[in-house]
Design a protein around this ligand. Structure first.
Ligand SMILES: Nc1ncnc2c1ncn2[C@@H]1O[C@H](COP(=O)(O)OS(=O)(=O)O)[C@@H](OP(=O)(O)O)[C@H]1O
Length: 302
């Protein structure tokens, strides 16, 4: 997976020495969650669509020895095992607190080992209200959350997203990349759906209105970051090392890579130049903000 722009890589990486303390117990031990008796998710994978989030999620869940819990599937079907959408999608949010709480298992008995719930909805970072809704939902427990945001070169991500949409078939069969992209570039000063997903800078600004930088972890390359994500989630170092070793030692099944762009070549160069030019200043601002705020990045630029 291409890195976000190597020349802009952040130099003040704070990992693997996470500044956050290891958490004993689970969110169940905080009053808000003890009251509902559910192991609410404290690990939220908030981004980003078409960056390898399925692979990362699979590795965390498959190799965590049960320490990472996905909660139940909802009426959205199997995908909801990974993506609950609750904090971002207004239709899900309207279903209310009780509906979301019931998607999570009962709190483990006290003294049990640490179990962390994960909601891996890679569109969360795009939804303007998602951080506000998390703040409203978790209240004083908000500081216990750990956010993970998977990054990818936004040009490649946009191309990948186009092929994801094409894979739906139906009307998408007739949509060409030119017809898909030209109107979006014309509208890019307003809001151009899909294209605006790669404008990471305003999104990060919004999340930092509600979360401390150290609660976030920006990650690149799903295979390489399992250990840092598990540490960030609050599991102990020995357990994190074991999970990571087990995850990287397995071959990844093709379907777990979740590629839809494979076999479709690269974005035509003329479009690539235009789309890259759109993103370039936003990436500059994004990486400046990451550096200024001290948001941890894994793996760092060493
Ligand atoms: N290890 C590794 N290295 C490089 N690239 C990888 C890796 N794992 C997944 N991918 C690519 O990530 C794309 C799928 O991302 P997601 O799983 O996040 O998609 S989704 O938003 O959940 O639909 C998809 O991108 P495209 O191939 O461009 O479609 C995958 O190929």
């Amino acid at each position: 997976m291409p890195l976000v722009t190597p020349s802009l890589a952040v130099s003040n990486c704070t990992l693997p020495h996470s500044p956050l303390p290891v958490r004993d117990g689970s969110l169940c031990s905080v009053p808000a969650c003890a009251a509902c008796g559910r192991l609410l998710p404290s690990l939220l994978l908030i981004g980003s669509i078409k960056t390898g989030s399925t692979l990362l999620w699979g590795r965390l869940v498959d190799y965590s020895e049960g320490a990472i819990d996905t909660g139940r599937t909802t009426d959205k079907g199997y995908i909801s095992k990974k993506e609950k959408d609750f904090f971002g999608d207004p239709a899900q949010w309207r279903r209310g607190r009780g509906w979301y709480e019931r998607a999570w298992p009962k709190c483990p008995a006290s003294g049990a080992r640490t179990v962390v719930g994960i909601d891996a909805t890679p569109a969360y970072h795009v939804w303007y209200d998602a951080p506000k809704n998390m703040a409203a939902f978790y209240g004083r427990a908000l500081g216990q959350l750990r956010l993970v945001w998977m990054l990818r070169d936004p040009v490649a991500k946009y191309w990948s997203y186009f092929w994801e949409l094409k894979s739906y078939g139906g009307d998408w069969d007739r949509v060409t990349f030119d017809a898909f992209t030209a109107p979006k570039l014309n509208r890019s000063r307003d809001c151009a759906p899909h294209l605006d997903h790669g404008l990471y800078h305003p999104q990060l600004q919004r999340w930092l209105e509600y979360f401390q930088p150290a609660q976030l972890l920006l990650v690149q390359r799903p295979a390489a970051v399992v250990r840092d994500v598990v540490l960030h989630a609050g599991l102990r170092r020995a357990q994190a090392e074991r999970i990571a070793a087990s995850a990287v030692s397995r071959r990844v099944a093709k379907e777990k890579q979740n590629s839809k762009a494979s076999g479709h070549g690269r974005m035509p160069p003329a479009w690539r130049r235009e789309v890259a030019a759109l993103y370039a200043p936003f990436l500059d601002r994004f990486y400046s903000l990451v550096g200024e705020a001290g948001v941890p990045v894994s793996p760092g630029a060493s």
